[in-house]
Design a protein around this ligand. Structure first.
Ligand code: PA5
Length: 467
């Protein structure tokens, strides 16, 4: 049986299709190949030296077996609630949307596990509504708090709120209702887990949040909800072979990174990911964080000013054809479009027949909705290409664990290659830290008094500027 695959189609970025001014010529591809061939070799060496921890996750049997065991231990619960943010939530959401049915939480017949909720915010309206609903279901609910550091204000405040609720209801029994996924050795959450004797899984050392979806961070909620994590990891391993090829033209991550980097330098500073698949809609959100936090940097590797970063934008086909495509076609030619397209959908829907008095709808009578969906993608791509806009397509044979694993790994390695092209540190996020620390200062956390003073002029709203 042939296995489902993810492929990259990039003809519609070439100068043959969109013209010399905006497209990439054969000579330009040849020079990109020279650059990327060196980068692939360097990346492979660094990977073998253990410098890119995320690349080894699909091979780590310890992770998959501990996750599988933990998932089995919560069998029978009705609600699984993830508390996390950023890299500790976006992958969980993306996997669930991609691999479980749309009505999963609502329709018990459509699910193979508990309902899944992922909270990645501190909006009291949102959380209070959930807390009201869950209050009488706590005995059948498991919370998975995910935080590498444990000091992230959003996750910590959610966790403390839940903790109090659980303590009021089941005094001293926190361990029956909470699994902590955190740093193996240190940090606030690790200390709490040790003190409260919580069951734990590890955020592996050397793997940043946005590269951690294929670790216990993303895998536990997936496994609990019936997603086959072994197939997911197998997909990632298959893609690992392809993105390790030391030949630019055989390596989809190298081509992807090269096209993105070239387009950025040619003034296409915005990178739009537009799935024509609801299942893949949250993959764009996951990609946005990966791309933005990894490639938006002020300094290069030598510490010189750089200020680069493609701005990732998510759109959804066909919905956003009726919202964004006017801009995409006629606005500034400053975007690269990456469509996600599915050849074979999980389900089929046949469109109903039209009444005789509406013959203009004949063309829809009895057709497969998937054909309309993919025709809309083609129509949009054609329209963009007419206006010389560069377009790529990531083609999924189907959306299953095996292809989703391939997709995740493809974009992670693409990000690593792109970081090397931009000559920056792909794996840090210094600019996120200041915002986190400023929150501590505003909230009066000891040790942040100096920062609090600096924030004061911003905090005190000037009445002259309020209308
Ligand atoms: O990619 C990252 O490193 C961030 O998005 C983190 O995942 C996010 O800030 C949450 O951090 P933590 O897991 O320490 O709570």
């Amino acid at each position: 049986m042939t296995q489902s695959k993810v492929s990259l189609y990039y003809k519609n970025v070439t100068s043959d299709i969109i013209g010399a001014e905006h497209g990439i010529s054969k000579q330009q591809f040849a020079s990109l190949a020279d650059k990327l061939n060196k980068i692939i070799i360097k990346e492979n060496v660094e990977r073998n030296d253990g410098k890119t921890g995320y690349r080894d996750l699909p091979y780590n049997d310890l992770i998959s077996s501990s996750v599988t065991k933990m998932a089995a231990s919560v069998k029978g619960i009705e609600n699984f609630v993830v508390l996390g943010i950023g890299g500790s939530a976006l992958g969980n959401i993306a996997l669930q949307t991609a691999l479980n049915p749309y009505m999963y939480n609502i329709d018990s017949k459509q699910r193979k596990g508990p309902r899944l909720f992922v909270f990645d915010n501190v909006d009291p309206d949102q959380l209070a509504s959930f807390l009201d609903w869950i209050a009488d279901k706590l005995d059948k609910t498991m919370f998975n708090v995910i935080s590498k550091s444990g000091r992230t204000a959003e996750t910590a405040s959610q966790f403390l709120t839940i903790w109090q609720m659980l303590n009021d209801r089941f005094p001293g029994k926190l361990a029956d209702h909470v699994i902590a996924t955190t740093d193996p050795k240190e940090g606030t959450l690790r200390n709490i887990a040790n003190a409260e004797k919580l069951r734990t899984l590890e955020v592996p050392a050397g793997v940043g949040g946005r590269f951690s979806v294929l670790s216990a961070v993303g895998l536990l909620s997936a496994a609990v909800c019936g997603i086959d994590i072994d197939k997911l990891l197998a997909g990632a391993r298959t893609m690992d072979q392809r993105v390790s090829y030391e030949d630019f033209y055989q390596n989809p991550a190298a081509i992807n990174a090269a096209v993105n980097w070239h387009c950025y330098n040619a003034g296409k500073r915005i990178s739009v990911m537009m799935p024509y698949s609801y299942s893949l809609k949250d993959m764009s959100d996951w990609y946005r964080q990966l791309w933005a936090e990894s490639l938006g940097k002020a300094k290069d590797l030598n510490g010189s000013d750089l200020y680069v970063g493609p701005t990732p934008v998510k759109a959804l086909g066909a919905t956003d054809q009726h919202s964004q495509v006017q801009l995409y076609r006629e606005g500034p030619n400053d975007k690269l479009y990456t469509f996600l397209q599915v050849k074979e959908f999980k389900k089929s829907v046949k469109v109903g027949s039209n009444p005789d008095y509406a013959p203009e709808l004949d063309y829809l009578n009895g057709i497969q909705m998937a054909d309309l969906f993919n025709s809309e993608k083609l129509g949009t791509e054609f329209a963009l290409v007419q206006n010389h806009r560069p377009c790529m397509t990531v083609l999924f044979d189907k959306v299953d664990e095996f292809t989703v694993g391939q997709f995740i790994y493809l974009f992670e390695v693409t990000t690593s290659f792109a970081g090397k092209l931009f000559n920056l540190n792909t794996y840090d996020q210094p600019a996120v830290e200041l915002g986190k620390e400023a929150t501590f200062a505003v909230m009066g956390r000891p040790g942040y008094e100096d920062l609090a003073k600096k924030i004061k002029p911003i905090a005190e709203m000037d009445k002259n500027f309020i209308i």
